[in-house]
Ligand binder design. Structure first.
Ligand code: HDL
Ligand code: ZN
Length: 421
């Protein structure tokens, strides 16, 4: 239907965005068959590492050691008291908990922690997956599956069922990019015995890394190969990481037509006491991303960078290389003010050829808030763009808006990853 007024255009965009089925291309969620590895419920929501970093700021005298030795429910109660009762939950991570509680049907307020615990105590993980996927409007969530994690490896080797195909595997390979002697030790413990030295794997080592990747790709059938990498990543590199990248990972990705999803810019554990909350960011080398895309034109790269200052250059790099798809507002960028800025520059420079968001959810319930909040902001930015088009005299129809929005929230990823709709 043709939309002839700005009001009608904005209403159509809002409707399309709020009802779009989402394929979430990067999460840390697990199918219920993985048991306790799937985190869900209010205590997990409150002890999410984003909130842990914030509670230490509210309680400067509380030592990290004291906090970590508290049982999880006590940690949750402390965070609730400091960030939700004594103070208004204005941060994005805190507001997210409020959005979840409200969506789950509990009246937000000082008593909501107890209420939500009571509500969810009656639920099975499977029931909660159904409820949360429905509330979040998510149809599929890509997991982060790390064969170097002992517990997870055992789960995959045991092949416990039943599979829930709303969860899509992704083969996480950060560990391959460490110093080769340590990498070789880990691989040898799994039966992949390759040689090499500090400069990286030798021919046998290269063969064994590719055999490892092949075995796990056969086992997991991943949507892509995934790795989070530090800001100093360069390409090419004459070190262990560079040799594994150029001799193992990228040739394997090309042979198997598997996309590579690289998340670049994390500086691990700048404050080790905070554990998962202790990571920070750094400026990445966008030129390295350009060289990767230039030298491996048959590999699809999904790239997200952690520094706000890298985002414009990443869009320009994507204009130069069609095998580069920027995705998501990752981690410290997943805040309304920055999502707005990143979405506008991506639409202005890349049109609809990008993936505006992923949730990075670690706790199942987070799908609700991460997508509710993102739909709100992305929808506003999109509505501005269609209003501009209308003002320029373009014919805007609700059908075209719907089709465009579906590209952004699901189709782009499904097509580029070669997944069935
Ligand atoms: O490496 C990653 O996948 C990051 O997303 C980290 O998991 C990070 O801790 C995170 O949770 N970001 O949202
Ligand atoms: Zn992540």
């Amino acid at each position: 239907m043709r939309l002839t007024t700005e009001k009608a255009v904005r209403a159509a965009v809002r409707k399309a965005v709020d009802s779009a089925a989402v394929v979430d291309m990067h999460t840390h969620l697990f199918e219920p068959r993985f048991g306790g590895m799937l985190l869900w419920g209010i205590d997990e929501l409150l002890t999410y590492h984003y909130l842990v970093a914030e509670v230490f700021r509210a309680r400067p005298e509380l030592t990290c050691a004291e906090f970590w030795q508290m049982p999880k429910p006590a940690q949750a109660e402390l965070i609730w008291d400091e960030l939700f009762v004594k103070r208004s939950p204005v941060s994005e991570a805190c507001r997210g908990v409020v959005t979840c509680i409200e969506a789950l049907g509990v009246k937000p307020g000082p008593k909501a922690l107890a209420e939500t615990r009571k509500l969810l105590a009656r639920r099975s993980p499977e029931e909660h997956v159904d409820a949360v996927f429905r509330l979040a409007g998510v149809t599929r969530a890509v997991m982060t599956n790390d064969p170097f994690d002992d517990a997870e490896r055992e789960m995959w080797l045991a092949g416990k069922g039943p599979r829930d195909d709303r969860f899509v595997p992704a083969l996480r390979i950060d560990a391959l990019f460490g110093e080769w002697p340590a990498v070789a030790k880990k691989l040898a413990a799994m039966g992949y015995k390759g040689g090499g030295d500090a400069a990286g794997p030798d021919a046998r080592g290269i063969f064994e890394v590719k055999r490892f990747l092949g075995d796990w790709a056969d086992r997991m059938k991943p949507a892509y190969l995934a790795a989070s990498l530090p800001p100093d990543l360069d390409y090419p590199e004459s070190n262990s990481r560079g040799r594994v990248m150029a001799e193992c990972v990228l040739p394997f990705a090309r042979e198997r037509k598997l996309p590579a999803a690289f998340m670049i810019g994390v500086r691990k554990l700048v404050n080790p006491e905070l554990k998962l909350a202790g990571d920070s960011l750094g400026l990445s080398k966008v030129e390295a991303v350009e060289r990767l895309c230039r030298d491996w034109p048959d590999v699809r790269f999904f790239i997200t960078l952690l520094a706000r200052e890298n985002q414009h250059a990443l869009c320009i790099a994507a204009r130069k290389f069609r095998n580069l798809t920027p995705f998501g507002c990752w981690w410290f960028l997943n805040d309304p003010s920055i999502i707005r800025e990143m979405t506008a520059e991506r639409l202005e420079l890349l049109g609809l050829s990008m993936i505006p968001q992923h949730s990075d959810a670690r706790v199942l319930d987070q799908l609700i808030y991460k997508w509710t909040h993102s739909r709100m902001v992305i929808g506003e930015v999109l509505a501005d763009k269609y209003a501009d088009l209308l003002a320029a005299g373009w014919v805007v129809t609700s059908e075209q808006v719907r089709s465009d929005v579906d590209r952004l929230f699901s189709q782009n990823f499904l097509e580029l990853a070669g997944l069935k709709a």
